[in-house]
Design a protein around this ligand. Structure first.
Ligand SMILES: Cc1cc2nc3c(=O)[nH]c(=O)nc-3n(C[C@H](O)[C@H](O)[C@H](O)COP(=O)(O)OP(=O)(O)OC[C@H]3O[C@@H](n4cnc5c(N)ncnc54)[C@H](O)[C@@H]3O)c2cc1C
Length: 396
C-alpha cells in the first residue's frame, strides 16, 4: 500500500502501468534504460503512441485535447513513464509554445497550430537565447522589422535544442529598440523551412549533436504569426518559462537512475567485494537516496497547493533536482571506471554493430556524465535560480 496516494490515484496508476506495459515498444525502452541516443523517429513514434491514447499533453485543458487529469494524476503519469523508461515527450511544442498560444494566441493560431502540436506534425524548437543574451535574456538583438503583411527577421539564436529536426521555432525578437529593453520584444512563430533560415550544429562535450546555432537572414514571417500584441513578448516569454521549470525536478527519472546505479555497483567488484558493499561508496549512495526522498516529498508538497502554479518553489525543485541528476552521473562514472567509454562510438546510437569489448551497462556512462553538465545551465542556470530563491523565498 502506498500511503501517499488515495485509492482512486492508485487505480489510475495501475491503469497507466498497464498501458505502458502493452504500448511502450521494447526497442525504445532498451535505448532509454541503456542511456543510448534517441533519433527523431524514436521521439516521434512515442509521441504519436501517446497522442493516439489522448495522453500526450497531460497539462492541456480538455477543450484543446488534454486528458483532464488532476496535478497528482499528472505527477503519477510522469513517474510511471520514467519508471518504465519511455522517451521524453519533447517539451518545446506541448509544454512551451502551446500554453502561450492558448493564453495569448489568435483563434486562427489555436485552430492551426494546436492540433499539429498534438499530432507532432510540426517539431518545434525554442529561439530565446542568443550570443550575449542568456541569463540576461532581455538583451536579445534579433530584429523583426514590419514590411507590409510581413516581418523581416535578422539575427542569430544559439543553443537551440534539436533545431536540426524542427519545422517551427518560437522566437523572441526585438521590434522596438527605442524603449526599455523588456518593452520592445515580440513573440514570433517562424517557419524553419523559410528562405534565409540556416541551422549550424554545435557538438557538445559528449560529441552529440543536440544543440545548434540558428541564423536569420532577411527571413519573411507573416504578421499573422505574431502571438498577442507587438512589444508585449516579454510577458508571454515569462509565462512560458514558468511552464518550462515545473517538470524539471525529474524525480521519477532520478529514482530509475538510482536503481541503475545500485545494479551497476552490485555488479562491479572492489577488493573482491561488490562495490555497493564498500562503506565509502555505500555512504555516497545513501546520501543521494536521502536527498532524493526529500526532494520527492517537496514535490508532493508543491503539488498539494492544488490549482496554484508553482512560483519561486520551481527554482528550488530545479536546483535540487539537477544537483541530484548530476551526482548520479558522477557516481555511475566512478562505478564503471575505465569501461565508461564505448570502444566503438557508434554504439551510442544503438544501431551499429558494437565491439565485443563494449560493456552494455557501462559504455554509455561517460557520454551520459558529460551530457548532464547541461542540466545546471539550461532552463535558467542554477546560479540564477539561487538568486531567485534568495530574493523571493528568503527575502534577502
Ligand atoms: C544543452 C543546452 C540546451 C539549451 N537549449 C536551449 C534552447 O533550446 N533554446 C534556448 O533559447 N536556449 C537554450 N539553452 C540556453 C540556456 O538557456 C542558456 O545557456 C542559459 O540561460 C545561460 O545563458 P548563457 O549560456 O548565455 O550564460 P551566461 O548568461 O553568459 O552565464 C554565464 C555564467 O554566469 C552566471 N551568471 C550570469 N548572470 C548571473 C547573475 N546575475 N548572478 C549569478 N551568476 C550569473 C551563469 O549562471 C553562468 O554560470 C540551452 C543551453 C544548454 C546548455
Amino acid at each position: 500500500m502506498d500511503l501517499r496516494y488515495s485509492s482512486a490515484d492508485l487505480a489510475f496508476r495501475d491503469q497507466v502501468r498497464a498501458f505502458l506495459d502493452s504500448h511502450l515498444p521494447q526497442d525504445l525502452r532498451a535505448k532509454v534504460l541503456g542511456h543510448l541516443r534517441l533519433s527523431k523517429d524514436d521521439f516521434v513514434r512515442w509521441h504519436r503512441i501517446l497522442a493516439q491514447q489522448g495522453w500526450v499533453a497531460p497539462g492541456w485543458p480538455a477543450e484543446f485535447g488534454g486528458p483532464g487529469w488532476t496535478p497528482v494524476q499528472r505527477h503519477i503519469f510522469e513517474e510511471e513513464c520514467a519508471r518504465a523508461g519511455t522517451p521524453r515527450v519533447m517539451p518545446f511544442g506541448i509544454d512551451m509554445v502551446a500554453p502561450v498560444i492558448m493564453a495569448f494566441g489568435s483563434q486562427e493560431q489555436k485552430e492551426y497550430f494546436l492540433p499539429r502540436i498534438l499530432s507532432c506534425e510540426d517539431w518545434w524548437c525554442q529561439g530565446y537565447s542568443e550570443p550575449g543574451a542568456g541569463s540576461d535574456l532581455a538583451s536579445l538583438k534579433t530584429t523583426a522589422v514590419r514590411d507590409g503583411d510581413h516581418y523581416v527577421v535578422n539575427g542569430q539564436k544559439t543553443w537551440t535544442t534539436l533545431a536540426q529536426h524542427a519545422d517551427m521555432i518560437f522566437c523572441l525578437v526585438r521590434t522596438d529598440s527605442a524603449v526599455r529593453k523588456q518593452e520592445g520584444i515580440s513573440f514570433l512563430l517562424v517557419d524553419m523551412h523559410a528562405p534565409g533560415v540556416t541551422v549550424r550544429p554545435i557538438i557538445m562535450l559528449d560529441e552529440d549533436h543536440e544543440v545548434n546555432e540558428v541564423f536569420f537572414d532577411n527571413v519573411r514571417v507573416p504578421v499573422a504569426n505574431l502571438v498577442g500584441q507587438e512589444n508585449r513578448g516579454w510577458t508571454y516569454a515569462k509565462y512560458l518559462l514558468g511552464h518550462e521549470r515545473t517538470g524539471i525536478a525529474a524525480v521519477g527519472r532520478s529514482k530509475r537512475e538510482l536503481h541503475f546505479l545500485k545494479r551497476l555497483a552490485r555488479r562491479e567488484q572492489r577488493n573482491g567485494r561488490p562495490l555497493l558493499e564498500d562503506p565509502l561508496f555505500a555512504a555516497k549512495v545513501a546520501d543521494l537516496e536521502i536527498e532524493l526522498m526529500a526532494l520527492e516529498t517537496t514535490v508532493l508538497r508543491v503539488l498539494a497547493q492544488a490549482g496554484k502554479a508553482p512560483g519561486p518553489e520551481a527554482s528550488l525543485l530545479k536546483v535540487r533536482g539537477t544537483d541530484i541528476q548530476q551526482t548520479l552521473t558522477e557516481l555511475m562514472l566512478e562505478a564503471a571506471g575505465p569501461m565508461a567509454l564505448p570502444f566503438d562510438p557508434a554504439f551510442l546510437e544503438g544501431e551499429a554493430e558494437h565491439s565485443v569489448a563494449d560493456d552494455d551497462m557501462a559504455a554509455p556512462l561517460a557520454a551520459h556524465y558529460f551530457n548532464y553538465r547541461k542540466t545546471s545551465i539550461y532552463g535558467g542556470s542554477n546560479e540564477i535560480q539561487r538568486n531567485i530563491i534568495t530574493q523571493m523565498i528568503l527575502g534577502l
